[in-house]
Design a protein around this ligand. Structure first.
Ligand code: ZN
Length: 77
């Protein structure tokens, strides 16, 4: 890993934040501020992707659960 010098980045709220690594939190509004705006977009995409994966998993589990209930109901008869 290479150490990069601190960079001044202006947050969305207008506050200038000094970033020593690749990201930090704005001291004024608390938002995550990135040195590279592309990374901010990737961060958002990551959150979106994780949400979709999570919802997909929940739906799959509900489907399997219902499938089992239906199967047990038929066996019970
Ligand atoms: Zn801010």
């Amino acid at each position: 890993m290479t150490e990069s010098p601190p960079v001044d980045v202006t947050c969305k709220c207008g506050n200038v934040v000094q970033i020593e690594k690749e990201r930090t939190w704005c001291t004024k509004c608390g938002h995550v501020v990135y040195v590279d705006p592309k990374q901010q977009r990737r961060h958002k995409l990551n959150i979106w992707y994780l949400s979709v994966m999570f919802i997909g998993t929940v739906f799959f589990l509900v489907y399997v659960y219902l499938e089992l209930i239906i199967r047990y109901t038929f066996i019970g008869d």
